[in-house]
Design a protein around this ligand. Structure first.
Ligand code: BGC
Length: 349
């Protein structure tokens, strides 16, 4: 195993670096200091041919345009939506930026769009770190978040988030990588098969905000309890899916224990590549890139970031759990490390 550091480019006059972890087989993961993000993942198909299975950009500045969908970036302090940019925590009301309509999306601020420090590297890991002062984007407590990425000989990318804060607070970090296991430019993810270990999803209103109700997947297009193609039902009209966006929904995982368990399986029959997602969090956002425009011209070479080109599987607490007491939430206690782990395990069918 080895880690190589290279200069990616400059954003706002700051140098952005890539750290590439490569294993003995030649498979690799490139991580970027900007947004403590995943820049590339090169893994083999069934014939051993390596291809990059994540979307992203050649130009680092494209990563900080929120319209391009947080490609590969770490997201926080609170992933997904907060209704009206407000929540009450331990008796005090906090106000977060209304960066989408009247709500907060993905923390509303700088978390994903700044250069993170590199705290540590080892032969198969890189740890990014960022200090967020009390009140940054409205959230309580001085906090340091560390994100440790480890890549193994058997093609497992492990992401460990550790939060340390000086008083009680909340955190909902996730990673916003868009996968396309085909490794083929221009192919959508509709041909990928997906299974999600969830019987319910969180119902949403016309603004895509959680209502607090849970909907049963059974008998609807939301049902991924068995492995089948994303494209089978993605175009059906459904109350929790807007226009032609398709899937952009939070699933309530069967595993609500906080233990680490399998959450989802994604596979692409053509290439034979398979991805299993493991997490200790109770929810996962299935987002198939339906808000990305068909005419975007940015990406990596001819591999463009456009409509339905990638699927994000964002492990998380449920959207707006800060305002919906019935939703599961474990909070950050003062001076106690809060940890959560997600793994992306690559293999072939
Ligand atoms: C959200 C989408 C959003 C995307 C990129 C996802 O987590 O659910 O609505 O477009 O992130 O910001």
């Amino acid at each position: 195993m080895s880690v190589t550091k290279t200069l990616f480019g400059k954003v706002n006059d700051e140098e952005v670096y890539l750290y590439t972890i490569m294993n003995k087989s030649g498979a690799s993961v490139a991580l970027q200091t900007l947004g403590a993000g995943v820049h590339a993942i090169n893994v083999p198909d069934r014939d051993g041919k390596l291809a990059d299975v994540v979307l992203g950009f050649d130009n680092p500045a494209d990563y900080i345009n929120p319209d391009y969908g947080y490609q590969g970036l770490s997201v926080g302090r609170w992933a997904n939506r907060i209704r009206d940019g407000k929540f009450i925590f331990e008796g005090t009301e906090y106000t977060t930026p209304q960066n989408q309509g009247t709500w907060t999306l993905h923390g509303g601020g700088r978390f994903s769009f700044t250069n993170w420090e590199v705290a540590e590297t080892g032969e198969n890991f890189v740890t990014f770190s960022r200090f967020s002062p009390d009140g940054e984007d409205g959230f309580p407590a001085n906090m340091t978040m560390k994100i440790k990425y480890t890549f193994t000989e058997d093609n497992i990318l492990r992401i460990e988030y550790t939060v340390l804060a000086d008083r009680n607070t909340v955190a909902n970090p996730t990673n916003h990588t868009y996968f396309n296991l085909s490794g083929v430019d221009g192919e959508t993810v509709e041909d990928h098969s997906l299974q999600i270990l969830a019987d319910y999803f969180t119902e949403t209103d016309a603004s895509q905000l959680a209502t607090g109700e849970l909907g049963a997947v059974k008998g609807t297009m939301m049902d991924f309890t068995t492995l089948h193609k994303i494209g089978d039902r993605i175009n059906e009209p459904f109350r929790a899916c807007l226009g032609d966006v398709g899937y952009d929904n939070n699933y309530c995982l069967r595993n609500q224990s906080g233990d680490f368990a399998l959450a989802a399986v994604l596979q692409h029959e053509g290439s034979g590549r398979k991805l299993e997602v493991f997490t200790d969090l109770p929810g996962i956002q299935l987002y198939c890139g339906g808000w990305l425009k068909r005419d975007y011209t940015v990406g990596k070479g001819t591999n463009l970031v456009t409509y339905r080109r990638g699927v994000a599987l964002e492990t998380q607490f449920y959207p707006d759990a800060l305002n919906i007491p019935a939703f599961p939430l474990w909070t950050v206690k003062a001076n106690e490390a809060f940890k959560t782990v997600t793994e992306f395990r690559f293999s072939v069918i």
